[in-house]
Design a protein around this ligand. Structure first.
Ligand SMILES: Nc1ncnc2c1ncn2[C@@H]1O[C@H](COP(=O)(O)OP(=O)(O)OP(=O)(O)O)[C@@H](O)[C@H]1O
Length: 245
């Protein structure tokens, strides 16, 4: 199996605060890989580094053998990113947002038209395709965020809490869509605090805390090794019960 993401000895600090500490991680092509950890563990920082939004100076981050900091344009073509915060233009409609981000990703007019029509259908946004996104529900906005990330058929999609604040219907629709994407070959790297959802979606699990990966394996192996019944119990066993900042 080819390696999709390879991270070696990655360290990162915000000023005096070390957030990633000699972190190592490998994600294989075709995996649905989940990273979980308490608030402040460093998950968003890690994803921002992988996607090139934050620059790193110590360690190596490779996407399909390309060092991210030296190949930002090539890496952008391989990755789709669903950030925690909404990353579209609120005053534009879904169709206009998709046209704008499609052009930005280098799609031609025909590709934009066909992908936009496909994604508006899949995300159940066709009936509001020409209305400004700012008046949409949280679930609809999450679906617009996801549609933008997958518009250019990226080989790897990075998802930072893609279902936060959505209802059960949208949660199922998003998770089902991600599974379909993965069946067609897309690698997923996902984080969430929704551990039941994660158990349903992911086929490989890493727990991180204080800037390090604590464990990384299939859920069955992890549960067996740590004598736990589910991801939540494993999470509490390995990361403790104390509040985080
Ligand atoms: N731009 C920033 N400047 C300074 N400190 C930051 C910045 N972004 C994050 N931090 C700090 O870095 C640490 C890791 O934050 P990060 O958002 O990566 O964690 P996380 O695991 O994604 O947390 P959560 O589950 O709450 O989203 C936290 O202590 C946070 O306060």
């Amino acid at each position: 199996m080819a390696t999709a993401i390879s991270i070696q000895n990655l360290s990162f600090s915000y000023g005096e605060q070390t957030v990633l500490n000699q972190l190592n991680l490998e994600v294989q092509a075709g995996e649905r890989f989940g990273i979980f950890g308490p608030n402040g563990a460093g998950k968003t920082t890690l994803m921002s580094i992988i996607t090139g939004l934050i620059k790193y100076h110590t360690g190596s981050v490779r996407i399909q053998d390309l060092e991210v900091k030296d190949n930002s344009t090539a890496v952008k073509k391989i990755l789709g990113f669903v950030p925690q915060d909404f990353s579209f233009y609120q005053e534009l409609s879904p169709a206009e947002n998709l046209a704008f981000f499609g052009a930005w990703a280098g799609l031609n007019a025909r590709q934009i038209k066909s992908k936009t029509s496909e994604l508006l259908q899949v995300m159940a946004l066709d009936h509001v395709k020409n209305k400004p996104v700012q008046h949409f529900s949280g679930g609809m906005k999450r679906r617009v965020n996801l549609a933008i990330a997958v518009l250019a058929n990226p080989a790897i999609v990075i998802l930072d809490e893609p279902t936060v604040g959505v209802d059960v219907q949208t949660r199922h629709a998003i998770i089902d869509y991600l599974k379909q994407l993965n069946k067609r070959g897309t690698t997923l790297l996902y984080t969430s605090h929704q551990l039941h959802e994660a158990e349903d979606l992911c086929n490989r699990f890493a727990l991180m805390d204080e800037g390090r990966i604590l464990v990384n394996d299939s859920l069955d192996n992890l549960l067996q090794q740590h004598h736990q019944q589910g991801l939540e119990g494993l999470f509490l066993q390995l990361t403790g019960r104390a509040y985080r900042h």
